[in-house]
Design a protein around this ligand. Structure first.
Ligand SMILES: [Zn+2]
Length: 235
């Protein structure tokens, strides 16, 4: 039997590397959020078949802003979101400071990112009624809400992607949700540890890491063999 090399078509997803998630001015700045940029720019130089950045892209009346709920406190209060097409389907979500509002400086991707190497930027969290951590879709599935499903899966399928590497902000919210969805959709999925930072800091990452590994997402390093395999695609 001739040996057939397995097909390896990796994509890179940069989740929400936006001003509002970074010091010094971000309204929801993740500690050291800006420090991941050199790692991301190194990854962007590699021959991933697709390199996609996502943006949290909220209207001012977005449901996740504590200021849109009288008496609510950011980081502490929660709200219940119901599927507009099926009120019985609900999920509980944390409330945040106002962030990533369309047209504001906080919505911008970091300027020091190597934008020229990014193939596409997709928006999430655009429906004011729905919170959306995952770059793929909201937790509403019964039925899925069209305004809270991005074309990310479609783009990955169209490029015959087999493996998805996820980095960005925040590790313990949008990165983990995106990675878990990628794995559930059948992609071999990895999170590059140095390419993320968590709202919950080191402790948040420890919990997130366990959650990822439990669901079959591999936590890898920027200098590890999985990234070397991407580099080898050049040959
Ligand atoms: Zn948001």
């Amino acid at each position: 039997m001739p040996l057939v090399a397995p097909i390896f078509r990796p994509a890179l997803i940069l989740v929400d590397v936006q001003e509002d998630f970074c010091p010094p001015n971000g309204s929801l700045a993740v500690h050291e959020g800006r420090d991941i940029v050199p790692v991301l720019n190194d990854l962007l130089k590699l021959p991933f078949v697709l390199k996609i950045a996502t943006k949290d892209h909220h209207p001012p009346d977005h449901v996740s802003f504590a200021s849109n709920h009288p008496g609510a406190t950011p980081f502490v209060s929660t709200t219940t979101i119901a599927n507009p097409a099926n009120p019985a389907e609900t999920y509980e979500t944390q409330l945040w400071p106002v962030h990533c509002v369309v047209g504001t400086p906080g919505n911008e991707l970091l300027p020091e990112l190597d934008h020229a190497r990014i193939d596409a930027v997709i928006h999430k969290g655009t429906d004011p009624r729905i919170e959306m951590y995952s770059a793929f879709r909201s937790p509403l599935r019964d039925p899925p809400l069209a305004s809270a499903v991005t074309d990310l899966e479609e783009r990955l399928r169209a490029a015959d992607v087999t493996d998805v590497f996820v980095v960005g902000l925040a590790g313990d919210f949008c990165v983990v949700s995106s990675a878990l969805d990628a794995a559930q959709l059948g992609f071999a999925t990895y999170v590059v540890e140095e390419g993320q930072r968590c709202v919950g800091g080191v402790e948040g990452w420890a919990k997130t890491r366990a959650q990822l590994e439990e669901k079959g997402v591999r936590v890898v390093h920027a200098d590890g063999p999985e990234i070397e395999a991407v580099k080898a695609l050049r040959l």
